[in-house]
Design a protein. Sequence first.
Length: 334
Amino acid sequence: MTRYNSGTSLPPELRTAIDRIRKDFSVASVARTAGVKLVRTGNEWKACCPFHDDGTPSFYIYANERRFVCYGCGAEGDVLDFMRRAYGGSVVDAIRALDGGELGPIAAPEPEQPRKDWSKLVARIWGDSQPIAGTPAALYLRNRGIDMDLPDCLRFARLVPPKTPGNGLLAANGPNPLPALVAAVTGPDGSLVAIQRTYVTEDGRKAAVIATEQDRKPKVKYSLGNVRGGAIRLGPAAASITVCEGLEDGLSLAEGLGRPVWVGAGTSMLPAITFPEAVRSVVIGADNDDAGRVAANAAAEAYVARGLSVRVSPPPAPHKDWNAFVMATRGVTA
Ligand SMILES: [Zn+2]
């Protein structure tokens, strides 16, 4: 398969063509031509997602119409990522189709398959995990500038990397267990619904990853289980809750505010967090970039629709997120 984003491995003519396509074609114009019905919302567009069976609009186009993200299925990217998802094929096929001006309607997404039931495996990994104190997971959080007493929803385990072919964590480390920070993802009723793993090294750094053809943006964080609607609860349910997208940001906020912070398990999961009735108002600890702003706005819209009062609170510029802000103010380097 042709790579879309890697600059160095591409022939210069193709590189130039890709840059031209990204400039000439916005995601909004291409989506509209492909039959997606866009509705204006603030500076963004939203629509029912063309890539999953979407009952309510979860699909947003932002960053001056250059990027898209779906808070239902997690699809995201630029105009070429949109083309690949919509029509398949290589980047060259996408460029030809766009230049030829012949985009057909996108095939209707498959109805959602029943989700695999991961609950037994989730319960087993959580049950086998150990308290976080004194482990590489605790060291990792200290290295990220987090000094607070760590809550019980964070534990430690040695876990194998995901076995999907081409996985960048597997490619860098091999198939043996690696140290991992394990976070409990709690459902609206307070039960364990999923875990989030952050793979680390023995000396408390992020585990190594290698970009591969199948895993162009390799990551160290993975969820397991039904994360939708759930949150990593770094504090009890209260009348006012602060939410954010990343575990490290959540801990930085919890430490700074001394108030309950809940973390969405995975990017694009913030708007789906479902709160128990005791929660009346939500402060969104947003990331300070385009993606963060659109996520915060989507979450704000979803929470307001459920009758919650909402405030959006990004870290002061130029800091990208709350953890970066805390690290910078303390002079910690990642
Ligand atoms: Zn979607």
